[in-house]
Design a protein around this ligand. Sequence first.
Ligand SMILES: C[S@@+](CC[C@H](N)C(=O)[O-])C[C@H]1O[C@@H](n2cnc3c(N)ncnc32)[C@H](O)[C@@H]1O
Length: 393
Amino acid sequence: MNPASRLPAGLPALDDASTAHAQAMRDYLARQVQQSEHGFMPFEHWMRLALYAPGLGYYAAGNTKFGAGMPTGDFTTAPELTPLFGKTLARQVAEILERSGSDTILEFGAGSGALAASILPALADMGISARYLILEVSADLRARQQERLADHGVTVTWLDALPEDFSGCILANEVLDAMPATLFRWDEAGALQELGVRLEETDFAWTERPAPAELADIMSQRMPPLPGYRSELNLQAEAWVRQMGAWLSKGAALLLDYGFPQAEYYHPQRAEGTLMCHFRHHAHAEPLIHPGLQDITAHVDFTAMADAALAGGLDVLGYTSQARFLMNAGLPELLVASTRNGTDPAAAGRAMSAVQKLLSEAEMGELFKVLAIGRGIDAPLMGFTRGDRRDRL
Ligand SMILES: C[S@@+](CC[C@H](N)C(=O)[O-])C[C@H]1O[C@@H](n2cnc3c(N)ncnc32)[C@H](O)[C@@H]1O
């Protein structure tokens, strides 16, 4: 399996341990595909197993490589780039805590724990002693977070399930894009097909079937049937946002991720969708190779997320680009303060180049967005005072 012909050019070779891991994962997936109804595994199911199957999935098996370190890192997230990201976010978090009358932060999908490690000390500097909760689906990442945060002397409590009732500030950085997405294609007759995976001899292959009526209904409300057009939607992420309405009684959630409003997401020119894989800083679009060794993501349809929040009885409090949000929340002042006289010039240079990456339109500044949803909180929040784009959703 994994024929060389399908490997995107330039991907680094696997070492022995990775080869053995990928083989174990392929054997597991092959059994799962065989057991699926008519041998068809919906792509959403494939992505869930490839990322989260206990002991084997990319996020569940000790494979996740956060950070810029070459050649082993797979991708770098904003909290990993610089603590200034978390310090800036802390200002917005402080405002939400104050307006919700709570001292509690709940972070979803905390990765390596970098965000908590920068937010908690920044809040302490503002005289705020906050309670920090993390809900992480990956047992391996949870263990890594525990180790890292203990090293930083930061106190955090891990939750095993969603709270029944919550007040305070919720954070999710690059979590929605890691939730399993459904893939579809409009066929030449204007009917919606759902994409899935089947076994072809000993390899995995793409396949499709007529989409269930509910999926076809949803997609026909979101875009016209463009023959050959292939894209994705994230029903799990939408359900997660909608469900927040059942347990968030007062406060706001900041959802940070790459994505666009629906009209841009399903733009006729984006005919191949947004599915991406990350392996050692190489981005490509072949999710059926290297299962368990590479990240698989889809961009976020922020209109769908805002609609899900409204359907859950929540308010949409703000939507803007990451650059605008960070500028509004005071990143430039924090950068200046961190590079004042006495700072090691090399560290100052690193801080400046990280901030440039966070803000630049060509890097994370424009593709990444921040959506704030909540209940019982007065808008505007500081991160959205200028450049709020809710009207584009
Ligand atoms: C791309 S990583 C981002 C990690 C971190 N937030 C960062 O920015 O560095 C995605 C994270 O979301 C977690 N995750 C995915 N779905 C989740 C869910 N439904 N609830 C909690 N965590 C989830 C993954 O295990 C992983 O920690």
